[in-house]
Design a binder for this molecule. Sequence first.
Ligand code: CA
Length: 225
Amino acid sequence: MRVLLIEDEKKLSDFIVKGLTQEGFSVDLAATAAGAEDRRLNGVYDLVIMDVNLPDGDGFSILEAMRREGDATPVLMLTARGSVDDKVRGLESGANDYLTKPFAFRELVARARVLLRPAEKPVDVLAAGDLTLDVRSRRVTRGGRRIELTNKEFALLEILLRNSGRPVSRAVLWEHAWEGSFEVDSNVLDVHMGRLRRKVDADSPVKLVRTVHGVGYQIDVPEGA
Ligand code: CA
């Protein structure tokens, strides 16, 4: 992971470079706005960490130029303590996050890692064991065998699979399958869940749908299955 650090305070930049390098990042340093511009035009970075006040300009101008040019590299701004204006201006200019000086190094690393986390790709096919649900084609199979579901059953299975291994509350199930209806009708929910369960589990020795008493339902693959 390549990081561009734009910071003119030598003590601070030495400390950040050393720390980030130890954390496995590859860090380039620019101590001026001009230096930052040069680095930025000649390198590709996964993250930019920038100080607001630089001897020959400010971080906002660099950030605004980046965003104007369509450069979407995540930017973490380092702002002076208590400067609300700086934070607001930074976020308005397109900063992804900011950190107020002085900060703990651990916090810098934690924030950097969040910004470097790749955007979650939308998943088209959800699965648990040999059960699959294709969100786009709306095809559901168990062990390769096609299962025909009603719209409600499909919605219930989808939210259960998206939370595979965790219980999904009755309220969440209801909200997902009966959009716009606020009052959970437990009988109706249980009837649909019962039908879904039969379609998914009746023909297989491995039961994937579980009742979580007092909560709702859960899908998981039993150990050893
Ligand atoms: Ca500074």
